[in-house]
Design a protein around this ligand. Structure first.
Ligand code: ADQ
Length: 502
């Protein structure tokens, strides 16, 4: 039987210190079934980067990990992945800090992944590589002779050529990615942007179905939005809301409405703008003073990078400023937790909140938006405020959609959400729930693997979403905007050619 091999930067090896809060492990839980192999970095840093994986088995799933040398970790993870690729893919060119040594270290670690994985592979394995840290692993595997079908899923946005080509070596990295047979994205916009980059930077025509031929290989780009286990999360929220921890929060509100946000403490998540929105809200709608309580749960992230430490200081200051100016002796507007909280507690907090405020400046999908919807009590649901620049906004159009760069607009949406009558909240929630049920977690995996298994012609797989019976939408390819990438923009090509390997 064909075996699934998942490759991701971090691997949730049972019994190990678990990776930081993030959507990947949760999103993949349905794919990694008995018999699968999950390969990645152990999270350990030492003197050398392993050439052989350390292998353990748990409940018939094999986990294989390598350690990284401290210097490799610094170049690969801190320097290039999070100092260059993350800001680039999040449209934050000002934060990109490119150094050739970091790029070289990135390629070295991607090659180390391939070297340690190669001997573990069987000829009919399906290989599924995840996220921006591992863009070149497919290419490295091919160099070592791997002929298996290789798929890649990008969990971040993918920017258009005008942004992507600012990356030195952009074309080289794109070429490496095109060693895969299948490349998946959360939204049609990202998929189209990728195809435009292929067309412009690699001078390769793409077809209307998202396929193209590069160096003799047929590559296909698909849209496959990640989802959550809606029923499971809803049940967790309904159950946990009665727990002592959740009840402590509920009792502390004293009947006041709660707004909640939960994010990694990352500049792409738009946290300072969101807190500034409260300033506008209290200034323009004083009835919310001494009333609304805003709970920000911010999980520290990537603290090796100065820009993340600076963000934390900025947020500390902004929250302190708002609390200093608006607090009363018996009311503090912002409760600010810089830590992760357990999933059931988080689910309960979402359920208690009248507003879910999800305002990233850019986000591949954003699972918090979906979790907030799933956690609501349908009889008396809260209101989701959602950034138009989260991938989730493509589908969740019945949320209050805001521009996250406009704090006053976020404030108006908060006011609107707090005043929204029950029947409108119910109608919006019903529609949002139907949307998240139509692209639930399991379908994300099934759709990707069905496309990976096929040779690019017909894509088998679930025709309906088991949770709802609604027709499958994931592969409804919006035709790529070919007009955009027909000979697109010679100026862009000229800029990009600085990074061409030839
Ligand atoms: P992330 O950037 O990590 O994921 P997100 O999709 O919101 O963002 O997933 C975060 C997960 O961590 C959610 O399940 C959330 O509940 C949890 N979480 C967030 N803050 C937390 C906290 N303080 N304590 C506990 N748990 C917390 C990347 C991309 C996203 C994409 C996912 C999946 O950046 O755009 O949606 O991968 O593809």
């Amino acid at each position: 039987m064909t075996r699934l091999v998942v490759v991701s930067n971090r691997v949730p090896v049972p019994g190990d210190r678990s990776p930081a809060a993030g959507g990947l492990a949760i999103g993949l839980a349905d794919a990694v079934t008995a018999g699968s192999l999950w390969f990645g970095w152990s999270g350990r840093r030492g003197h050398t980067t392993s050439t052989e994986a350390s292998v353990t088995k748990h409940r018939d799933i094999t986990y294989a990990t390598i350690d990284l040398a401290e210097a490799d970790y610094r170049h690969f993870y801190v320097g290039f992945s999070n100092g260059v690729l993350w800001p680039l893919l999040s449209y934050r060119l000002g934060q990109v800090n490119f150094r050739r040594a970091d790029y070289a270290g990135y390629r070295v670690v991607n090659e180390a992944f391939a070297t340690a994985l190669r001997p573990l592979l069987r000829s009919d394995d399906l290989i599924w590589i995840h996220d921006y840290q591992l863009l070149a692993v497919g290419h490295a595997l091919r160099t070592l002779g791997a002929e298996q079908r290789i798929g890649f899923f990008l969990h971040t946005p993918f920017p258009p050529p005008a942004i992507f080509c600012a990356l030195p070596r952009a074309a080289e990295l794109l070429e490496a990615l095109c060693a895969c047979d299948l490349v998946g994205f959360h939204t049609a916009d990202y998929r189209d942007a990728f195809l435009q980059c292929v067309s412009v930077l690699l001078d390769t025509p793409t077809d209307a179905d998202g396929s193209f031929t590069f160096r003799g290989r047929r590559v296909r780009a698909i849209v496959d939005p990640i989802g959550i286990d809606v029923g499971g999360f809803a049940a967790t929220a309904a159950r946990s809301v009665g727990n002592a921890t959740a009840q402590r929060l509920a009792n502390s509100l004293g009947g006041r409405p709660l707004a909640v946000s939960a994010d990694r403490l990352d500049y792409a998540k738009g946290l300072p703008n969101r807190v500034e929105a409260l300033d506008h809200l209290f200034a323009s709608h004083p009835e919310h003073r001494n009333h609304l309580i805003f709970l920000q749960i911010a999980a520290p992230s990537r603290e090796e990078l100065a820009v993340y430490r600076a963000l934390r200081r900025e947020l500390d200051r902004t929250v302190g400023d708002i609390n200093g100016r608006y607090s009363e002796a018996d009311w503090t507007p912002v409760r600010y937790l810089t830590r992760t909280v357990g999933r059931s507690t988080l689910a309960a907090y979402y359920r208690l909140a009248r507003l879910g405020v999800v305002t990233p400046l850019r986000d591949g999908m954003n699972l918090v938006a979906k979790e907030y919807i799933a956690a609501q009590n349908s009889a008396d649901p809260g209101v989701l405020i959602l950034s138009r620049f989260a991938g989730a906004a493509e589908d969740l159009t019945d949320a209050l959609i805001v521009n996250p760069f406009d704090s006053e607009e976020i404030a108006e949406a908060m006011h609107h959400g707090l005043a929204m009558p029950l029947d409108e909240r119910q109608a919006r929630h019903k529609s949002l729930l139907a949307r998240i049920r139509a692209s639930f977690a399991r379908q994300f995996c099934l759709t990707f693997l069905a496309a990976l298994r096929s040779d690019g012609a017909e894509v088998p797989g679930p025709k309906t979403a088991p949770e709802t019976g609604t027709p499958r939408r994931a592969l409804e390819a919006r035709p790529p905007r070919r007009s955009d990438h027909v000979a697109a923009n010679r100026a862009v090509l000229a800029m990009a050619s600085g990074g061409l390997p030839h």
